[in-house]
Design a protein around this ligand. Structure first.
Ligand code: BGC
Length: 550
């Protein structure tokens, strides 16, 4: 692919810059940028002649300079309030995600659910034969597993809608698919219907998780892109808290389980209604609609004096797509623009996030704590851990743009590692109540470290680390990895932990250690950078023991 891709890149660069020049005539952009564009165009055409048009785009030194200048040209950092609303509406998908993952597991111990699906019999009903343990395990396994398969499939297919019909439509379709799935589950008369519902609700959530981070990143101004992206994780954690609080009450009602599965239809409906009033991503509009529509969308999310510069930046970003159309899957895994490495990083990051055991700690906490305390205390202990998870996410909202993404990931990983080791060691000693309290404290410390790093930050970087042309599919691949590994850990942890709980925690510790090394050596900083600077950073980044580029 490289020779064709390289020569078309050259063509592309020329036309991109021509377009920038045209824009600069139509729209007043700052003279410093204008001068640099002209200078770069001259330099590029000289080099093209000298090299016979064969040099690689990402290696051109002037490109780096141009992009740095564009980004360093600093408008005052102002935030229009409406953009916060836009991010909150997209983040409602996270609320649905969190409510669902916390709600479903809790129904397994609800009497109304057990009776409805024949896991248990009403006392005195002599005609009823309860399901066997292996049948119950199969039912539980399929409820979780089919959700994971649905979510993986959702992440795989949604790039099609997000690229062809736009981010907002894709989010709306996702919400509708979720509503369908949740409604089927909520009204399901039999276990087979419940499983069908799980596939659809999983699909809806997989689709939401693929598109919401992109939509937020594409709409946000660079200086608060991280904080707004973190709203997605904040909403996930809030959804978990809401579901676990609701389940404390719902477990006493015969039909309570129906609300555990269907309660978040209300969030999905609110999201759907709000989306109708939200603007489309200006980047998607610039590639698929008219300039007027793009500027209209920008006008809602930026101050008037920012629109021209923002529009110019967007035109540079989406230049390749305008020239060559949406990238096929083969290009997403090609060498062009370091895509293979970038996608692999996205896939690995989510794999390590899940293999570091967050969902094992959070969703099996009642079982783990039950070893030390009464069932009731274990349930409340878990609820406190969920609240801690939610509150700690605010640390990321406050720090992710200030300190950057890679620093947070590395520091968070360095903290998660010893906390996991300690929990693993605690599982090997006599299980006294004192040890139980230590498990709660170290689990809380682990969760805080996760919530301030690997939880939210991955969702932020995945939305901003890929170039526009390949973004939909590349994020789809990374989120598929998230759901595949979520499902694997969910399926294996119950079995593995009964073989050796401590070994599971040592494994999680090893995974975050390796994951942290991958970030330290290979991930570039994306905070406050334009996509051109990010492209350039990937092209020039060299892994080093003493990392320079934070
Ligand atoms: C992860 C979820 C996890 C949640 C916990 C998210 O970032 O993707 O798997 O359940 O954090 O807060």
């Amino acid at each position: 692919m490289s020779t064709t891709a390289d020569s078309s890149s050259n063509l592309l660069r020329k036309s991109r810059q021509e377009r920038m020049l045209e824009d600069s005539i139509n729209n007043p952009i700052p003279p410093a940028i204008e001068a640099e564009i002209e200078k770069t165009q001259d330099a590029n055409s000289e080099d093209l002649e000298a090299d016979g048009g064969n040099e690689k785009e990402e290696q051109h030194p002037e490109n780096g300079k141009l992009s740095s200048l564009k980004a360093s040209h600093s408008m005052p950092k102002r935030t229009k309030k409406f953009i916060i609303l836009v991010a909150c509406v997209a983040a409602m998908g996270g609320l649905i995600f969190g409510y669902d993952i916390a709600g479903a597991g809790a129904t397994f111990v609800m009497e109304g659910f057990e009776l409805h699906f024949g896991w248990k019999c009403v006392e005195g009903d002599l005609e009823c034969t309860p399901a066997t343990t292996s049948e119950i395990d199969r039912d539980k396994g399929l409820i979780n597993g089919l959700f994971g398969i649905g979510a993986t499939f959702g992440a795989l297919i949604n790039p099609y809608f997000a690229e062809k019909h736009g981010r907002r439509i894709s989010l709306s379709i996702s919400a509708v698919v979720f509503i369908l799935g949740a409604a089927i589950q909520s009204f399901s008369p039999t276990m087979a219907v419940m499983w069908t519902g799980r596939i659809f609700s999983g699909m809806g959530i997989g689709m939401l998780s693929m598109c919401a981070p992109i939509y937020i990143a594409e709409c946000s101004p660079e200086h608060i892109r991280g904080a707004l992206g973190t709203l997605w994780q904040l909403a996930i954690t809030l959804g978990i808290v809401v579901a676990s609080a609701a389940n404390l009450g719902l477990q006493h009602l015969d039909w309570g389980w129906r609300l555990s599965y269907g309660g978040n239809i209300s969030f999905a409906i609110v999201m759907l209604i709000c989306l109708a009033f939200m603007p489309e991503s200006p980047r998607w509009l610039a590639a698929h609609a008219s300039e007027e529509e793009t500027r209209k969308a920008l006008a809602r999310m930026r101050f008037e004096d920012e629109i021209d510069l923002e529009y110019t930046k967007i035109m540079i970003e989406i230049g390749e797509e305008l020239e060559m159309g949406v990238a096929p899957w083969s290009e997403v895994f090609s060498d062009h623009n370091c895509m293979r490495r970038r996608v692999l990083l996205g896939v690995l990051f989510f794999a390590f996030q899940q293999l570091a055991g967050i969902n094992a700690v959070m969703f099996y906490a009642p079982d783990i704590l039950n070893k030390f305390f009464s069932e009731n205390t274990a349930v409340y202990g878990t609820f406190i851990l969920n609240v801690v998870n939610c509150l700690a996410t605010f640390i990321t909202v406050a720090t992710v743009d200030k300190f950057g993404r890679t620093k947070l990931l590395v520091v968070g990983g360095c903290l998660m590692f010893p906390f996991l080791l300690v929990i693993g060691i605690l599982a090997t000693v006599d299980q006294t109540q004192g040890v139980g309290y230590a498990v709660i404290v170290f689990s809380a410390l682990y969760i805080i470290s996760f919530a301030a790093s690997w939880g939210p930050v991955l969702w932020v970087i995945v939305g901003e680390m890929f170039p526009f042309r390949t973004r939909g599919k590349a994020v789809g691949a990374a989120t598929m990895s998230h759901w595949i590994f979520t499902t694997i850990v969910g399926a294996l942890f119950p079995v593995a932990s009964s073989a050796s709980l401590s070994a599971c925690f040592f494994f999680f510790a090893a995974m975050i250690f390796i994951g942290n090394c991958v970030v330290y050596f290979y991930q570039v900083e994306t905070a406050e950078r334009t996509i051109e600077q990010i492209d350039e950073a990937y092209a020039t980044h060299k892994p080093a023991l003493k990392r320079k580029d934070w």
